[in-house]
Write a protein that binds this ligand. Structure first.
Ligand SMILES: Cc1ncc(COP(=O)(O)O)c(C=O)c1O
Length: 392
């Protein structure tokens, strides 16, 4: 066993981490070095749609690892071709570029929109994004994000983004000008505390894009792959975006992300975009296993029903402890606490054996595996109730 204190200082201090070291995962459960089991409702921040170490992904990885890992991004490989085809069949897009993280997929979306603007809109390049948005931590993705304080962190900030107010169509319309090329948003603002876009807003954005010849970009890094109910969250709203990004759940724990575009928009040429590991057969094999699982008959319906049970339980805890709103859908929910005690409650929940995330001091976020059982949902609600009894 390695020494915890001597090894820890070699990691850059980029996150507040609890002392435990986690060594194993089994579905909804995460197990630390002392064999303590935690019901995990963070799941790698909405990554593990099938929970920890899902057998289907482990088998796909083992088979692919013994066959072909990384030929070269400049050569075709079968899993990448198959995964791109499946994603296009299941969505409204025609072409896919694979990358390694959500931020990198969004970076690609921004580049694609700028190139399309150069080719088709006289050099228009500005992208309207939203206050409190989260698109990742590369410099362009940070500039596209609307996290308070981020614009001052690593100056100079990348230009080319204008910020509107989420769910306020007039605030978007006011920003549209001759340099505007696209509107980019999360269908549910996850890091902001699970704030869903209304259908009226999403449909209004589509109409605005059509009116002014703009591209609609949905960042579904968090909401995609069944997290909010349908396979993709834009499908809640009866609209067709021009560009979509995926990440997190696509690999079920393995780093793969994707940039999808319609034929009319997909204008990258050789040399415009690339990366050493993007679309390698190993991660694409995991992606194929995930897509098979997510599209199995009845899978998303069951996830939806268990998500509704989770929401019912959260609503009754909110009533019991006089808390605030319960927001979300599918397996992505937030509970408003009405007070800035979310970190305390998250710590108390961990002590009780439940891992939850506090994206803001006043709210908790819940991202259980999509294949959670009814027993796991009710057990998690019991543990959360114990934590709220301490600090609610
Ligand atoms: C909506 C959204 N976009 C982008 C990202 C960034 O993804 P990654 O951390 O894989 O770069 C995240 C991560 O939380 C996200 O929620």
């Amino acid at each position: 066993m390695f020494s915890q204190t001597s090894t820890r200082h070699h990691l850059m201090n980029t996150a507040h981490r609890p002392a435990q070291i986690f060594i194993r995962g089994e579905g909804a459960w995460l197990i630390d070095a002392n064999e303590r089991r935690y019901l995990d409702w963070m799941q790698g921040w909405a990554v593990n749609a099938l929970g920890h170490a899902p057998a289907a992904v482990a088998a796909a990885l083992a088979a692919q690892a013994a066959t072909l890992l990384t030929p070269s991004p400049a050569l075709h490989n079968a899993p990448a071709l198959q995964l791109a085809e499946r994603l296009c069949q299941l969505s409204d897009f025609d072409q896919v570029y694979f990358a390694n993280s959500g931020a990198e997929a969004n970076e690609g979306a921004i580049k694609l929109a700028r190139k399309w603007g150069r080719l088709h809109r006289g050099g228009a390049h500005q992208i309207i994004t939203f206050g409190k948005a989260f698109h990742g931590r590369t410099l362009a993705a940070m500039a596209a994000s609307g996290k308070p304080g981020w614009d001052a962190l690593f100056p100079p900030t990348m230009p080319g983004f204008a910020k509107a107010e989420f769910n306020n169509l007039a605030s978007v319309e006011k920003l549209v000008g001759q340099h505007t090329v696209a509107i980019m948003l999360e269908p549910v603002q996850g890091e902001a505390g699970v704030i869903p876009a209304t259908s009226e807003f999403m449909q209004g954005l589509r109409a605005l894009c059509d009116k002014h010849g703009l591209l609609l970009i949905v960042d579904e890094v968090q909401t995609g792959c069944g997290r909010t109910g349908p396979l993709f969250a834009y499908q809640h709203h009866g609209i067709r975006p021009d560009i979509m990004t995926l990440g997190k759940g696509l690999g079920g724990g393995v780093p793969i992300s994707a940039l999808l575009a319609t034929d009319a928009v997909s204008c990258f040429e050789p040399g415009d975009q690339g990366g050493t590991f993007g679309g390698n057969p190993l991660v694409c094999a995991a992606g194929l296993a995930m897509i098979d699982a997510l599209t199995a008959p009845g899978f998303l319906t069951r996830a939806w029903l268990h998500g509704e049970a989770l929401a019912d339980g959260l609503r009754s805890l909110s009533r019991e402890f006089a808390l605030g709103e319960v927001r979300g859908s599918g397996m992505l929910w937030a509970l408003e606490l009405g007070r800035n005690n979310a970190p305390l409650i998250a710590n108390a929940a961990m002590d009780a054996g439940l891992l939850v995330n506090a994206p803001h001091p006043h709210c908790l976020r819940f991202m259980p595996p999509l294949n959670s059982t009814a027993d796991e949902i009710s057990h998690g609600l019991d543990l959360l109730g114990q934590a709220l009894a301490h600090y609610g």
